[in-house]
Design a protein around this ligand. Sequence first.
Ligand code: 4AD
Ligand code: MG
Length: 485
Amino acid sequence: SVEKISNILIDPENYIGKVGTVAGWARTTRAAGKDLFFIELNDGTCQKGIQIVVSSGTIENYDTVVKINTATSVKVTGLFVKPEGGSEKVEVKIGSAEHKVEILGAIDPALSKTYPMAKKFHTVEKLREIAHLRPRSNLIGCVARIRNNLAYATHIYFQSNGFQYIHTPLITASDCEGAGEMFQVTTTLPKPEESLLKVKDKVLDKEGRIDYSKDFFKKPAFLTVSGQLSVENYCCALSNVYTFGPTFRAEVSHTTRHLAEFWMIEPELAFADVHDVMDCAEGYVKFCLEYVLTNNKSDLEFLQNALKKPELVEYLKGLISGPFARLSYTDAITLLQKAVANGKVFENKVEWGEELATEHERFLAEVVFKKPVAVYNYPKGFKAFYMRLNEDGKTVAAFDMLAPQVGELIGGSQREERLDVLEKRMIESGLNPADYWWYLDLRRYGTVPHGGFGLGFERLCMLCSGVDNVRDVIPFPRTHGNAEF
Ligand code: 4AD
Ligand code: MG
């Protein structure tokens, strides 16, 4: 009765007394005398590996097995037993002729000395240089499993709350945020003389290539910075919707929070105001926290030790036990000004009408509230054209959710549903309303109050894992100056 146990995560204790098969990579190996050989095997399905104990004289290839070194991939069939001593709950014993240790991928002994992922402490900086191998580290393995569950939790949350998943385009002609940080799309199509394409009437660039950046799409095209404008179109037809995909920003900033390619979750709610949108954002983030606390227990335990954050799990539990904080921008300014009056020193001035600097946001989330805080009703001056103008004519119904250690986790707003006000705001923001005729049509044909938000998925991963650098929560980070791997 040989059972293939492909997923060590599914409590291996359940297999005690049975013969089963596991396959994975040797993390470490060691011999104890001439007759015993130990392999610490891990298959990446969970943080923990399993110990394989091989006795000499029981299998034919014992002499080869004792040469197994770190990173060798092996498939083992043996008896699951409760170890006599030690802290482990289960190990696999190779002690009879029906048992097997099969070497699937051996390593040249010379190479094994320089194997970059040898079991030892690796700094996160070093791991980034070997991003192709770093998923074999405990840290990145834990983060990858948490990231997977956060993606899954995202779909569970929105699907079970009646939102439809919409796939919005990655190539677009519009700059949703108006920040001028877009990557332009061009092609690698051959030069006209080498191609069979008819080039008559085509626009050529200086080198005589077809300028496909304009010609392919008939207008300049870019990688999207946000799926919002597209998802709004579906919201104004299907009611509550969301999109979840990669977004791109030519961010030249070298911070621990900015990527050039990141994933964003963007729900859009129909017949909703900014408070409904903030409720949705809070409910979603809490659901994600709870999901990870329930389904990534051993990953979180590992991370709280590895990151030297002994309070991590308790802190995350605390976040879901009560409401997040919420206050208006105007109240936030008053609060910050009071702090200044009491001796708090900021580098950036605190003044109504000015943007909140990172240090102000951190002060609110980390010092004042010590939990995520949504700041709403910002002055319109530094906010995007699509945000709904409030009755005061000075502020817009926009909010940012700021989280300790993470900074801005979410940006969202109620959208301007009044055609005339929207057109005016576009012109004020330097946009040509004619370019957005399709967006404005939503306001012409049965406009409704609606709104949504964008949550930076990597920042959510940071919040839920305790990891402090955005480069370590995405498999292959793309940042200014780095698109390796
Ligand atoms: O605040 P942002 O720019 O909002 C929008 O794009 C809206 N159109 C979203 C919407 O309402 N549908 O970006 C949303 C979030 C930020 O709060 C942040 O978490 C994340 O996206 N983000 C980044 N994450 C990593 N690297 C970057 N360069 C990021 N820029 C924004
Ligand atoms: Mg923002």
